[in-house]
Design a protein around this ligand. Sequence first.
Ligand SMILES: [Fe+2]
Ligand SMILES: [Fe+2]
Length: 276
Amino acid sequence: MGKEEKNIKFLFFRKSDHKRYVRMLAEINRKVLQSPVAPLQSKYNLTKHVTSEVLKSAWLEGINHGLVDQATEVCENIFQLVQKQAGLHSLLKQLKEMNPQEYDHSFLVAFFSCSLAKQFDWNSTVTTQALTMASMFHDIGLTKLDQNIRGKKRDDLTTDEMTHYQQHSQFSIELLEKNNTISRTILQIIAQHHECIDGTGYPHRLKNNKILMLSQVLIFVNEFADTMIDENLSPINSLKKILTNPLIFKKHNALIVEKFSHIFIDPDVLSKKRAG
Ligand SMILES: [Fe+2]
Ligand SMILES: [Fe+2]
């Protein structure tokens, strides 16, 4: 994108632009692979995943172009940080070996949480990076669940098994709290990633502003990414499904949902449609 294009507020990603992103992501890959720290095969696996498996599905729908650049840059910085931290890198590797779908989910959530944070006035580099890191590691505690539970779909869990499953937020904290890169804010965001503003979440059934705003962002994006992957929907169709289901919608902060829609939809176009 040239400098003269920076003032464009909304520019939608077309299928014809896909090649450009493939080139850009290849460049990210190249940079990460130059890092002298982690084993080459591990680096390759991590970056290959990011460049080809997760993001390709997201690129094919209308997404605010400038945001994609910004979110990709933040995610790139976080990947590089993870590469330098053997402990963090190894946790992600364990998650991938245990369940590749959960690993995909973590990267998808990191990318869209970051894109969503960029919609708010309160976003700063430090805040956005904390949210992105929290998003990438929020479900790492799934690796500590009993093996028979890990292999089951959530709908098939017994009451006791569900109680155990719901401890994964706490397990994530336990796996991360001794790592110097993981701040207290990151741990707090992760601890609340299954709460809901209507008080139906877990583990503490927190309501409204008892849940951190950054956690509320992660909570929503987590739902969005689950809908997208579980039901094999495109990003825009996943968002539509949430917007048209009052039972899901009421669990989330309406402002967050509205801001999220701006990642995809030009508000000017929407208001013209409403007026028409
Ligand atoms: Fe979770
Ligand atoms: Fe999750």
